[in-house]
Design a protein around this ligand. Structure first.
Ligand code: ATP
Ligand code: ZN
Length: 302
């Protein structure tokens, strides 16, 4: 375990991650990616038997749907939008002049109809609403996407673009809370196989501003979010590697998702921070995967 050394410096020195000059935007090495693949397969070995519908959204989403999701109300500080040049020859000349002159050229860019996905499940809900009422058994999805959050940091476990694998359950309150309990148990079992220290605790999302403090308190009081935390960058403040979220009827109401009995659907998701789990493994088992304990290697790669 890397205690004395600076974990981040070591990751870059050994080129497990490669610095690109922007905090939270490193390149991933082959060794790092092999851990991500192993962990991805381990997740499937726990969740695949439930026969979820597998969907892979691109890392950007429909801006109108993003606006309707309310993300800007809660997390304006994290969102990333995609802008592009949409001008004439004259505009192009202006842009190039500014660029060459070291001026701000980005005022020549216009917002497009796509934004970066902030979480793997955001693009899902409207596509489920389009299917009409849920079947009696509800629905279950398996998602994975690169997500963007504008939170640049020296902490290698806080990235601006990272992969989130998710299972999302949509159904009655009972179906959805059962799902979350199942995954709280499975999450512990799964991380035990990886032999890293962890704790599970109630948590809140980083809601913005003064109004956000109330939302965060409310989320905690109602125990709507749990996190599985592993010490990575610091032992005092362990890092959320898995999260277990119960949204109640928030997305069901927003998108008009109805159950078979024509009630508003409830939703829950379990999210796996792929890079964070990989980093937790490097932190606790060392920088060379060939030297990791045999049971951990077996859990990841069979
Ligand atoms: P945190 O409290 O650390 O900001 P979060 O509660 O906002 O995380 P979620 O919104 O629940 O995280 O996202 C699901 C999972 O995605 C988290 O459990 C975590 O593993 C991962 N994740 C979130 N933010 C980042 C990030 N900036 N870099 C890498 N992984 C992240
Ligand atoms: Zn989710």
């Amino acid at each position: 375990m890397c205690t004395e050394c600076d974990f981040r410096t070591e990751l870059f020195k050994r080129r497990i991650l490669v610095d690109t000059g922007i905090d939270g935007l490193p390149a991933r090495s082959g060794m790092f990616e092999s851990v991500i693949t192993g962990f991805d397969n381990l997740i499937t070995s726990f969740g695949g038997g439930d026969h979820p519908e597998v969907m892979r959204f691109p890392p950007a989403m429909n801006r109108a749907r993003f606006e309707k999701s309310g993300y800007m109300k809660s997390f304006p500080q994290l969102a990333g939008t995609i802008h592009a040049f949409n001008g004439t020859d004259k505009g192009h000349a202006t842009l190039l002049d500014k660029l060459m002159g070291g001026e701000d050229w980005t005022d020549q860019q216009e917002a497009t109809d796509v934004v970066l996905a902030p979480a793997a499940c955001y693009p899902l809900y409207p596509t489920v609403a389009e299917l009409g009422p849920l079947p009696d058994e509800g629905r279950l999805y398996d998602l994975q996407s690169y997500c963007f959050r504008r939170e640049p940091s020296k902490d290698p476990a806080r990235m601006q673009m990272f992969r989130m694998r998710e299972y999302v359950r949509i159904g009655t309150p009972d179906q959805v809370t059962d799902f979350r309990q199942t995954w709280l148990d499975r999450g512990r079992e799964l991380m035990s196989k990886l032999a890293v220290p962890f704790d599970v605790d109630v948590a809140n999302d980083p809601f913005f501003g003064r109004a956000g403090r109330m939302l965060a308190n409310n989320q905690r009081d109602q125990r709507l979010k749990f996190e599985l935390l592993v010490p990575i960058e610091s032992t005092e403040k362990p890092t959320a590697c898995l999260s277990f979220n119960y949204h109640q009827d928030h997305f069901g109401t927003l998108w008009g998702i109805r159950t078979a009995k024509d009630e508003v659907a409830h939703t829950a998701c379990v999210g796996f921070g792929m890079e964070r789990v990989a980093l937790a493994l490097f932190k606790h088992h060392g920088f060379d995967t060939r030297e990791w304990p045999a049971p951990v290697r077996k859990a990841l790669w069979g």
